[in-house]
Design a binder for this molecule. Structure first.
Ligand SMILES: [Zn+2]
Length: 339
């Protein structure tokens, strides 16, 4: 029987090649308080210090047992980079975006000419490099970033949802801008050793904006990022929150390799609704992984696998207070599954 490294195994699983068993990975954020206590790198510092970010990301492998390492832990570095006000995170909570910087096409112009070697964008790239130097031969190095639609919302504010319906010129200009940035940032992570890209685009939701607008304002932009990643042989996982069941075919049309679905989606329906994208998910991070026993988690994990998911994983970001043994229960079931 062929033995694969975790890196080969995930890469093969994401690109539709045969593998010996299911990889045990988490495509959404991995940081928890127990890991912070075990490795000595804590939020919020681990969000803005490359060494600490790498140490806490590494704990996902060394403490919990995930067969990959992944950075960062939040989705505000991009908005912060463009000058949005950020509410600081705590040891248990991720930072959030509270102020916005773009109202008009002219405002977008002012953001151009940015330098990716600055701010928290460069911290994430540095952490990626540290992890790749240490684990790059063996483990998948997952780079993650916010998707262009949700980044547009972060830098424009909640008016963004109105803008796509009422001001097409502005909405397209902002999507072009955020997408161009996303590609450059993703490429920089890859240059620093990332071999798998995760796009977290929580509000790019078919459920929120409908098929017509999703097709117009999301699909072509996701496609550009994914094409750029495929050019450098990096598979892409797309995570969108909420009940994406009816939108999966449309989400897949951007050419993405895998789609991470949340706990509101029926896993079997998700598998039935895609042509070839690998379905990733979808244990409830709150009601299952955080608040249930390992035994219950094993049971539910088996159900999700039986529904046909390609990768068993949390349905959204891991809750920081989740117990290590609970995550390990999920990992155990994933590792024992032969396709
Ligand atoms: Zn989510």
């Amino acid at each position: 029987m062929t033995e694969y490294t975790p890196k080969e195994r995930l890469s093969r699983a994401l690109t539709g090649q045969s593998v010996d068993r299911m990889p045990a990975v988490c495509v959404t954020q991995t940081g928890t308080v127990e890991q912070m206590e075990a490795c000595g790198a804590f939020w919020p510092e681990a969000n803005s210090d490359a060494e600490k970010m790498a140490i806490l990301a590494e704990a996902g492998h060394t403490v919990v047992g995930f067969e990959a390492v992944r950075v960062p832990f939040d989705i505000t570095a991009e908005a912060e980079f463009f000058g949005c006000d950020i509410k600081d995170g705590t040891m248990e909570q991720q930072p959030s975006v509270v102020g916005h910087v773009v109202k008009t096409v002219e405002d977008i112009e002012k953001l151009k000419g940015y330098d990716l070697s600055e701010g928290r964008i460069s911290v994430v790239c540095d952490a990626t490099r540290i992890l790749a130097d240490k684990y790059g031969d063996e483990l998948p190095i997952m780079g993650s970033m916010i998707g262009p639609f949700s980044l547009a919302q972060h830098i424009n504010g909640d008016e963004w949802f109105m803008a796509i319906f009422t001001d097409e010129a502005f909405a397209f200009a902002l999507m072009e801008f955020t997408t161009e940035f996303s590609i450059a940032y993703a490429q920089k992570m890859v240059e620093n050793g990332a071999d798998t890209m995760v796009i977290i685009d929580p509000t790019a939701s078919y459920q929120l904006i409908g098929a017509e607008f999703y097709e117009k304002f999301v699909v072509p932009f996701h496609k550009k990022i994914i094409d750029a990643m495929h050019e450098v042989n990096v598979p892409v996982v797309l995570h969108i929150c909420g009940d994406t069941t009816q939108g999966l075919a449309l989400m897949e049309s951007c050419g993405v390799d895998a789609i991470s679905v949340d706990q509101n989606v029926d896993a079997a329906a998700a598998v039935a609704n895609v042509e070839k994208a690998v379905i990733v998910g979808n244990l409830d991070p709150v009601n299952m992984l955080w608040n249930q026993t390992p035994e219950k988690i094993r049971e539910q994990s088996q159900k999700v696998i039986d529904a046909g998911v390609g990768l068993l994983a949390p349905g959204c970001g891991t809750v920081s207070k989740t117990a290590t043994m609970n995550l390990q229960a999920m990992i155990e079931v994933a590792k024992s599954h032969k396709y």
